[in-house]
Design a protein around this ligand. Structure first.
Ligand SMILES: NC(=O)c1ccc[n+]([C@@H]2O[C@H](COP(=O)([O-])OP(=O)(O)OC[C@H]3O[C@@H](n4cnc5c(N)ncnc54)[C@H](OP(=O)(O)O)[C@@H]3O)[C@@H](O)[C@H]2O)c1
Length: 307
């Protein structure tokens, strides 16, 4: 089955795209995978702006994908708050384009959503809970989810949590933000303990996704690492993995401390549990601490100068 597939990936130059591209090539073969983005940061990427409906359709006509993995999104919450139209165009219209064209050309669509679509009033969220997005990023991502579900029958929506992956070059999120401070010589890190979530390692997420989409059990799935934590837990674990616990102090603060820098509304809890994957016997995600240990190797080598 896998040999006959043709795969089109959008937004593949980002932190998740790296792992998804590698897993897709491993599974389907390099000649069957077309990876696109607006940021051409790899030689294997070609240009596709998902806001451009005509160009997106041209890509369908040219590559005739049987599977479309739609990763393209604006993922900076503050940027989305300040550039609402762009957030809607990219995350909302882009997802609509993906869904509409997948239906027209009979492709399987894989759409990535986020734990951030919940309002944090509950402690943790199962696949069946009702979202109530707070930020424009979350609203636009949730719009994508609902559009896909409404218009397609052959689709997967995977909800990720706090993404970690992509490495020093591509990781735009928490781990690399912490690492940049450490690398810059910080002896004290200020980290919030009032934001809870479930880390999601891109390598596990991508390889799991490749297996789940073979199941034929279409639909929406929470897909995060096992275990949950606060940002503070993640920072402390990362510092320990770098063997820096005696040199760097991790100081607990509340979200108020960062209210100017991170002004977009964020839920107090965006903890997900993979209820459906587990019930169907297709939950392949490992514990976040095990994943962070794997992920930290690259940072460790960089820090101690062995790469
Ligand atoms: N990062 C997270 O914590 C997180 C959590 C849950 C779900 N997700 C979802 O996971 C998916 C992958 O995101 P990621 O974590 O890999 O984030 P990412 O590193 O920001 O990757 C997204 C990629 O999409 C590109 N892009 C932006 N606008 C585009 C457009 N109009 N057309 C085509 N490509 C465009 C981005 O380019 P630029 O870099 O130039 O913007 C970037 O290369 C997204 O759907 C995201 O919403 C992410």
């Amino acid at each position: 089955m896998t040999k006959d597939e043709r795969v089109l990936i959008t937004g593949c130059g980002g932190m998740l795209g790296k792992a998804v591209y590698e897993k897709a090539v491993e599974k389907y073969g390099k000649e069957s995978v077309v990876a696109t983005d607006i940021d051409l940061n790899e030689e294997w990427l070609s240009l596709l702006d998902v806001r451009d409906t005509a160009k997106y359709e041209e890509a369908f006509q040219k590559y005739k994908p049987t599977i479309v993995i739609h990763l393209a999104a604006l993922t900076d919450l503050e940027y989305c708050e300040q550039n609402i139209n762009d957030a809607w165009a990219t995350n909302g219209l882009g997802a609509e384009n993906a869904a509409m064209l997948s239906r027209k050309y009979d492709a399987l669509l894989v759409y990535i959503s986020t734990a951030g679509i919940f309002d944090g009033e509950k402690d943790e969220y199962a696949d069946f809970d009702t979202p109530n997005p707070l930020s424009y990023y979350a609203k636009s991502k949730y719009h994508g989810e609902t559009f896909v579900e409404k218009h397609l029958s052959k689709y997967y929506v995977f909800r990720a949590g706090w993404m970690m992956g992509g490495g020093i070059k591509k990781d735009k999120k928490f781990i690399n933000k912490i690492y940049k401070q450490i690398k810059g010589g910080a002896k004290e890190l200020f980290v919030v303990d009032d934001k809870l979530g479930t880390p999601t390692y891109t390598v596990d997420f991508a390889s799991s996704m490749m297996k789940v989409i073979d199941s034929g059990y279409y639909g929406l799935y929470n897909q995060v690492c096992d275990g949950s934590c606060s940002r503070l837990d993640v920072a402390e674990e990362f510092v320990k993995l770098l063997d820096l616990q005696d040199k760097i102090k991790v100081t607990k603060v509340t979200s108020d401390y960062f209210k100017t820098e991170y002004f977009a509304p964020r839920p107090a809890s965006e903890k997900l549990i993979n209820v459906k994957l587990t019930m169907r016997g297709i939950n392949y995600m490992r514990d976040w601490r095990v994943c962070l240990k794997d992920y930290s190797e690259e940072f460790k080598k960089d820090f101690y100068g062995t790469i």
